[in-house]
Design a protein around this ligand. Structure first.
Ligand SMILES: C[S@@+](CC[C@H](N)C(=O)[O-])C[C@H]1O[C@@H](n2cnc3c(N)ncnc32)[C@H](O)[C@@H]1O
Length: 334
């Protein structure tokens, strides 16, 4: 489970006490409606204090969990990547900066660019309570994406759950703008067919512009997922707070956030030899994995108990993880 850090959780609880629960609940309903429609909004969705508070309560824990889980995959393939600077574009209430600081203790300089004034105000208020100095000292600028300005220059550039809010004609232009930003570029979208389409378009464009794909793809060929019938996405589980349960009318104490993503860099990093595309199936004595492989194809692989250490390693692998593992030679010695 990927929970919000304690300092963020208590800052968020404090910020939410300003609003009656029923008012927040009405805002959550409105936001859910907006996000379900899926069309780029005619005007910013987060344009009032209460809508931003509702977003922070019902979406930020999930976007935090998705971003944090993508960062884990980056750490796996690029253990030598120690970013000092981060720019988070369309940062909302700051999920990505909290997640980045949790993933990389090397960060010293964090900047958030966000068009919504109330989101910037709440984001700033939340970071005041951060125990990590780079988060506390992060710089927040109210700004809309301007692709005629210099590209964000940082070791880590993040754009999570933003592409879908941009008009279609501005998405490629925004990805091109980000591609010139010399750092590790992380783009995340909801794990829906439409979110995947935006990610695969960004992936192909970044590759065509000369960036190297870092994750999740094990190769740079055409994405082998059969379009229209399936979509590449992953999932992370997060706990729901009592307020969250009340606002979303949910009884479960957890939820699964589905997301699609691409990470690209101007530099070469190791890529996974294969990426697990589904929850592994575990019939007795076996682990069945559907993989995206480094030969550009989808492969179904079964690891059986007879394979000893390899089987034990396969039992631990998760949807979204890599298989075979990086230290596969060691496993084969068994
Ligand atoms: C769904 S929220 C995601 C926020 C945050 N990145 C996260 O993952 O929780 C989308 C954010 O992108 C911002 N956004 C949308 N279009 C933008 C633009 N053209 N320039 C700057 N920010 C933008 C919105 O105001 C909103 O805060």
């Amino acid at each position: 489970m990927s929970a919000l850090p304690h300092d963020l959780m208590s800052a968020l609880d404090g910020a939410l006490t300003r609003f009656p629960r029923q008012t927040l609940a009405r805002s959550v309903d409105r936001l859910i409606q907006h996000y379900r429609e899926g069309a780029p909004p005619a005007q910013p969705i987060l344009n009032s204090d209460v809508d931003v508070a509702a977003y922070a309560c019902y979406r930020m824990p999930a976007t935090y969990a998705a971003v944090r889980s993508v960062f884990d995959q980056v750490i796996t393939v690029a253990p030598g990547f120690w970013p000092r600077t981060q720019i988070d574009v369309g940062g909302g209430t700051g999920a990505d900066v909290w997640a980045a600081a949790d993933a990389w203790s090397s960060l010293t300089d964090i900047t958030v660019l966000e068009q919504s004034a109330p989101a910037v105000a709440l984001g700033r208020r939340l970071v005041e309570a951060a125990s990590a100095a780079p988060v506390r000292q992060s710089s927040w600028t109210r700004a809309a994406i301007d692709t005629t300005a210099d590209s964000p220059a940082a070791d880590l550039v993040t754009l999570s759950y933003v592409l879908g809010e941009l008009p279609e004609r501005r998405r490629a232009e925004t990805v091109r703008w980000l591609s010139r930003s010399t750092g590790m570029l992380v783009i995340i979208e909801p794990g829906t067919p439409a979110g995947y389409e935006r990610i695969v378009a960004a992936r192909d464009l970044l590759r065509d512009l000369g960036l190297r794909l870092v994750a999740p793809c094990p190769h740079e060929d055409v994405c082998p997922i059969p379009r229209g019938r399936d979509w590449c996405h992953f999932s992370t589980r997060l706990p729901r707070s009592a307020t969250h349960r009340y606002l979303k009318d949910g009884a479960l104490s957890f939820e699964d956030e589905k997301f699609s993503y691409v990470v690209a860099s101007p530099h070469d990093w190791r890529r996974a030899a294969g990426r697990v595309l589904r929850h592994p199936q575990k019939p007795k004595g076996q682990v069945a994995l559907r993989l995206c492989s480094d030969d550009g194809k989808i492969a179904d692989v079964t690891v059986s108990r007879r394979q000893g250490t390899r089987y034990r390693a396969a039992r631990d692998v998760r949807w979204g993880g890599e298989w075979p593992p990086a230290d596969d030679d060691l496993i084969d010695i068994d």
